[in-house]
Design a protein around this ligand. Structure first.
Ligand SMILES: *[C@@H]1O[C@H](CO)[C@@H](O)[C@H](O)[C@H]1NC(C)=O
Length: 381
């Protein structure tokens, strides 16, 4: 402390620091009062369940077994990264926008829908990113037009200060591979530039609708996931030393680079916006390469499944019964999901989502640099 201060001033300052310190230290205190989330099954907390009930795997056991103790319409044995994110910021889990009973939107809303694509396609589910952003616009208009104090709705100020998260793109790849029968190399040349542009358009739309802090997650290493490793054929030379498909990861890396470029363009264009690229590819790939450091014993093998090299058979997915070699079998959970990165062949385990979110919040994977720690007293996860 500066020697020039009188004792009185020093005490006054200490007191001030103390009061400010207390406010800052208050657990969960954060500059972001809400999260508005957009995406696919990696962050759907109920959208598809409420729109098309009895149609999704995640409505059934063993989904949700680790954390919730029952299926809660999340593609995980427990929580998703968005759940950990909300918790770390001192916020409740986000209510799905399409949940009509028991929702509280005071701290945000979740528009993510399983199967969603960036492009407006008829693929797994029709709730594309465009639809989700439009839903947000209607939601905001309706909230702002609502008179009187509504404890369960966000205020105009909350919309302004909220953090907006976009986590989507993986299904656009699957559509290209499955429906258009494209190879990874063809995907790069045809649809990936359109997908990256589509995400940028959505971000711009959100900005025009009042968002100022927007986090955009990349696409993770599909080439290390049982679905992409088993559904498509791979030559023996297509595997890296970690057992991941080189060509399928290469397509993802190419897309992520396009996305970086698109976001850089937006930063130059959108005044006052904070647009952050989140590199989850490197976080997950680090789990695979340095698995033991994180307590993982299995890297590319799914926890929930019924046999095969990757414990994943497309026709008998997690929680489903089917015929295998003339026997009726059921795809069940492994004994210790926390030792697996992959839950069901496509999605991450509760444990992987936890460490993934910890790494995101740690700040090393943001481009450009961004710090939650300086804006929030993060709850440990
Ligand atoms: C694995 O861990 C080492 C040591 O911490 C680190 O240098 C390396 O970058 C990690 N690998 C990946 C792929 O992140």
């Amino acid at each position: 402390m500066d020697r020039g201060y009188s004792k009185g001033r020093m005490w006054a300052l200490l007191l001030l620091y103390g009061v400010v310190g207390l406010a800052v230290l208050c657990e969960g205190a954060c500059n972001f009062p809400a999260i508005f989330n957009f995406g696919d099954s990696s962050s759907d907390t109920g959208a598809i369940h409420f729109v098309f009930p009895y149609n999704m795997l995640a409505e059934n056991p063993p989904y949700g077994r680790t954390y919730f103790g029952r299926p809660v319409n999340r593609y995980s044995d427990g929580r998703l990264s968005i759940d950990f994110m909300a918790y770390a910021l001192g916020l409740p889990f986000l209510s799905p926008y399409l949940q009509s009973v028991g929702s509280n939107y005071a701290h945000g809303a979740n528009f993510a829908a399983a199967g969603a694509t960036v492009r407006d396609l008829s693929f797994i589910a029709p709730i594309s990113l465009t639809v989700q952003v439009n839903q947000f616009k209607i939601f905001k208009q309706q909230v702002l037009a609502t008179k009187g104090s509504q404890g369960y709705l966000p205020t105009a100020d909350t919309f302004k200060k909220a953090i907006y998260i976009v986590e989507i793109g993986g299904n656009d790849f699957s559509y290209g591979y499955m429906n258009l029968k494209l190879t990874p190399a063809q995907l790069k040349q045809t649809i990936l530039p359109i997908v990256a542009k589509g995400v940028a358009n959505a971000v711009k739309d959100l900005y025009n609708a009042g968002a100022s802090t927007i986090l955009v997650k990349d696409v993770g290493p599909q080439g290390c996931q049982p679905f992409w490793l088993t559904y498509f054929s791979h030559s023996s030379s297509d595997f890296d030393k970690n057992g991941c498909s080189i060509s399928y990861n290469d397509a993802v890396l190419y897309y992520n680079q396009l996305l970086r470029g698109q976001l850089a363009g937006l930063r130059a264009q959108l005044k006052g916006a904070t647009i952050i690229y989140v590199n989850t590819f490197d976080i997950i790939y680090d789990f695979i390469v340095n698995s033991s450091k994180y307590g993982f014993k299995q890297t590319v093998r799914a926890c929930c499944g019924i046999g095969g090299k990757y414990n994943y058979i497309y026709s008998i997915q997690c929680g489903v019964s089917g015929k295998l070699n003339g026997q009726t079998v059921k795809a069940e959970s492994c004994a210790n999901p926390a030792t697996y990165i992959n839950w069901d062949g496509v999605h991450w385990t509760d444990e992987a989502n936890k460490i993934l979110t910890r790494q995101i919040l740690g700040g090393k994977y943001f481009e450009p640099p961004f710090s939650f720690a300086s804006q929030c007293n993060l709850r440990p996860i």
